[in-house]
Design a protein around this ligand. Structure first.
Ligand SMILES: CC/C=C\C/C=C\CCCC/C=C/C(=O)SCCNC(=O)CCNC(=O)[C@H](O)C(C)(C)COP(=O)(O)OP(=O)(O)OC[C@H]1O[C@@H](n2cnc3c(N)ncnc32)[C@H](O)[C@@H]1OP(=O)(O)O
Length: 301
């Protein structure tokens, strides 16, 4: 269903569409954004909320998968559908990725999707991670991560796939802590880390599974800007507007020229990557580490 809502001088396109596994993509107003002046409607089952300002062509994509936006199958499918939908939309020029729940941007992969599952299940799950990443990292749009909270592992993956990262100041962490769970970040994730912070720092960070507080992340170049949490969205919108002063075509071609080798490499090695993931995550010792990690998370309370 698609309708157009005119409000406050801007035209809002609103539609609710059902995606596989019952996840929804809806284009609607975001409650805190300066771009937001459309009508707000919401249902608790929606795991991705999207608002798009038709005039500027800037869409805000809010992950809405309580309590911590862990990337389960449904959220991965919704994110991919959403990125592809916006990619096809000729009037869309930029995408801001953020969390609907401040303080946690994304807790990474849903660990329960990796625990006590069959090799086929985890293989299919990993393919959804790959496909979501291919659509975000390979996007023609300006992509901006508005990291309004913690962003470990898969959260860092999402952030690194964007063109620019703005993070909330304060006691929030970001990084690739995979080795702490006895997991190994795949080559395409490691490469993004190297591209962001350089070989030596990335090598150390990946080996020890480092999670950095936001000020250290800024110092390393893992994020590009730090702002108070309440300003993350507004600053992201301002930053996007600066990027949009550059002609879209030249910017997008330049982006693709630098990202195509890694995109092509994963496309070529997709099955091999899935096989490695299947073998690694279903290994008994890894399952034990995942179980211990889950226990540790629960014991935190
Ligand atoms: C080819 C490659 C081959 C092999 C490679 C293999 C794997 C590579 C994978 C690489 C890519 C990415 C991997 C990952 O993302 S693994 C996930 C790592 N994530 C984490 O370590 C984060 C864990 N979470 C936290 O640290 C905190 O929850 C967080 C985000 C700081 C928020 O803290 P807080 O607000 O206090 O919330 P709680 O900790 O109380 O959590 C609330 C609730 O959510 C549960 N939970 C948290 N994180 C996850 C998660 N990632 N998955 C599932 N569930 C999670 C937590 O247990 C609580 O549950 P409860 O029932 O107790 O309420």
């Amino acid at each position: 269903m698609a309708t157009f809502i005119a409000s406050g001088g801007r035209v809002w396109r609103k539609f609710v569409k059902t995606f596989p596994l019952g996840s929804n993509l809806s284009l609607k107003r975001s409650p805190t954004s300066a771009l937001a002046n459309g009508r707000l409607s919401s249902t608790s089952s929606e795991n991705v909320l999207v608002s798009k300002d038709e005039k500027s062509g800037i869409a805000t994509v809010r992950m809405n998968n309580p309590p911590v936006n862990s990337l389960n199958t449904a959220l991965l499918l919704s994110l991919r559908s959403c990125f592809e939908e916006l990619e096809k939309d000729k009037s869309c020029r930029a995408l801001i990725l953020t969390s609907n729940k401040p303080k946690v941007f994304c807790a990474g992969l849903d660990i329960l999707e990796l625990y006590q599952k069959s090799p086929d299940y985890v293989g299919q799950f990993w393919e959804k991670v790959q496909d979501m990443w291919l659509s975000l990292y390979g996007s023609r749009l300006v992509t901006m991560a508005a990291i309004n909270g913690h962003s470990p592992a898969g959260g860092c993956l999402l952030s690194l796939a964007c063109d620019y990262r703005i993070m909330a100041e304060g006691n929030f962490v970001i990084g690739l802590n995979e080795t702490q769970l006895d997991l190994v970040a795949p080559f395409w994730l490691r490469q993004m880390m190297v591209d962001a912070i350089g070989y030596r720092q990335a090598e150390m960070a990946l080996m020890v599974g480092a999670l950095y507080p936001s000020n250290k992340a800024l110092q390393l170049g893992l994020v590009d800007k730090l702002v108070p949490i309440e300003d993350v969205q507004t600053v992201a919108e301002e930053e996007v507007k600066n990027w949009l002063k550059i002609p879209d075509q030249a910017r997008a071609i330049t982006k693709m020229a630098s990202r195509k080798p890694l995109l092509d490499e994963l496309r070529k090695r997709k099955q091999e990557d899935i096989q490695t993931f299947r073998d690694e995550t279903t290994r008994e010792s890894v399952q034990l580490s995942i179980q211990q990690y889950l226990d540790k998370l629960k014991a935190k309370k």
